[in-house]
Design a protein around this ligand. Structure first.
Ligand code: CA
Ligand code: CA
Ligand code: CA
Length: 439
């Protein structure tokens, strides 16, 4: 159980030259399906989720080569069904809709239009990070399976980085996807463009209805002194082991806090633990595999094991956020990188995973589906005795009930050295960690 942590520290101690080992953490930035809303911000101003919607007039372009300035953003009034369109109905068939829905327009119906979803990468390099790269997962799937097909072209700041073309006559070519890694600077744009061009080169738009878009993640590299805590690998039935304690937050003053706010709840540590008898819900809340508020099929639904958990919602007598609390030990204080993630394999309910430093929210991530949502946050200058709570709440889009709120979640914590603090600190940390874990 503790070996991976020691291994990481060993690796840090032996590999590092000056400032640490490269540590890559990931953040889920955008999802063209989940993020879609119809709104009309000013030209070039991304909507609340970082997106703009529009098209490219291929026929009108003298050099037949797309560039970012040739994106024509939909303006107020250009709706089509529950999405955007050049026309409200009929030709041109250009459409960007919800559920990744889209349609290009072919020269057989006037000008050739490529329907476009544009994401603007606003994220600057985080403080203390060394570098970052962006990962684009693109997709196209024919939604109107008739002869011909359509195409997707993906552009990173105007440079084509991926493409795929469907052919409806071949079931194997009706749905395509791929992944490409790109470098971006703040303000750069990623364009997902739906063209009428099929895998056989035909550019007509008949039956070209297609889902198109994708997800965008970023991978950020820090130099760290290695893993100092891991909620999954170090999970146990012993309160305080590896500086983790288990319980729940309740009696909130604000159960929907944002970054910088405190929910105002109190931490209630579960009684009992490994070797202290059978679960009884009074003096013993350790079931043998989980800390559990109630092992019966009844509220409170609050529980957590190494990988999963469930909160208790406002539809029950008391809202409870199941919480894994890490208390900063001597020798592991400083700048902490908290890498955390949330998923819901049941594709239902909806939860929010909060990261709290001394009771104040420093970051959070929400989910209601099985796609892994990843994020990270740097906590500057954490002191010995500070608490880092990894707390699962029933909150999703303003709803604090707990139906189907079973979730998978966890966090890994790294220590980031001050600039110029090098191998000496790594060696010191390693010694401390080794002593601590041999006690
Ligand atoms: Ca051009
Ligand atoms: Ca076509
Ligand atoms: Ca919920």
């Amino acid at each position: 159980m503790r070996r991976p942590v020691l291994f990481s520290l060993l690796a840090a101690a032996s590999v590092t030259a000056a400032s640490g080992v490269p540590t890559v953490v990931r953040e889920t930035l955008a999802d063209s399906n989940l993020d879609f809303v119809v709104s009309f911000p000013a030209a070039g101003v991304p909507d609340a989720n970082g997106w703009n919607y529009g098209y490219y007039d291929y026929t009108a372009d003298g050099d037949s080569t797309y560039s970012t300035g040739e994106f024509i953003q939909f303006v107020s009034g250009q709706t089509r069904g529950s999405g955007f369109g050049v026309a409200a109905s009929n030709a041109p068939w250009t459409l960007v809709g919800p559920g990744n829905d889209g349609h290009p327009n072919g020269a057989n119906n006037g000008s050739e239009h490529w329907a476009i979803r544009r994401y603007t990468a606003s994220a600057a390099l985080p403080a203390r990070a060394v570098s970052q790269s962006f990962e684009i997962n693109w997709l196209i799937e024919s939604t109107n399976v008739n002869p011909q097909g359509a195409g997707i072209r993906v552009f990173a700041n105007g440079n084509e980085v991926a493409s795929g073309f469907t052919l409806d006559s071949d079931p194997a070519q009706r749905a395509l996807s791929g992944t490409v890694n790109v470098a971006l600077n703040p303000g750069d744009v990623i364009d997902f463009a739906l063209t009428p061009e099929a895998a056989n080169g035909d550019r007509g738009d008949g039956s070209d209805g297609s889902d198109f878009g994708g997800t965008i993640n970023r991978a950020v590299t820090f130099e760290t002194l290695g893993v100092i805590a891991d909620s999954r690998l170090e999970f146990s039935g012993v309160q305080g082991q590896d500086d983790w304690t288990y319980g729940y937050l309740a009696t909130f003053a604000n159960n929907q806090p944002t970054v910088g706010q405190s929910p105002g709840g109190t931490f209630n540590q579960y009684a009992g633990g490994d070797g202290q008898g059978a679960w009884d819900g009074a003096t013993q809340f350790w079931s043998g595999t989980a800390w559990d508020g109630n092992t019966a099929a009844a509220q409170p639904w609050t529980f957590t094991n190494a990988t999963d958990g469930h909160p208790n919602g406002t539809n029950q007598p008391e809202e409870q956020w199941i919480t894994k609390r890490w208390t900063v030990p001597a020798g592991e204080d400083g700048n902490l990188l908290v890498d955390f993630d949330l998923a819901k394999s049941n594709n239902a309910g909806g939860t929010t995973l909060f990261v709290l430093h001394n009771g104040e929210v420093v970051d959070s991530v929400s989910s209601n589906n099985s796609t892994l949502q990843e994020d990270f946050v740097v906590i500057e200058g954490a002191q010995v005795g500070d608490t880092i709570d990894i707390a699962l709440s029933p909150l999703f889009n303003g709803d604090t009930t707990d139906g189907s709120d079973a979730s998978q979640f966890g966090a890994t914590i790294y220590l980031i050295p001050e600039p110029g603090v090098g191998a000496l600190a790594v060696t010191a940390l390693f010694g401390l960690a080794l002593r601590r874990r041999r006690r």
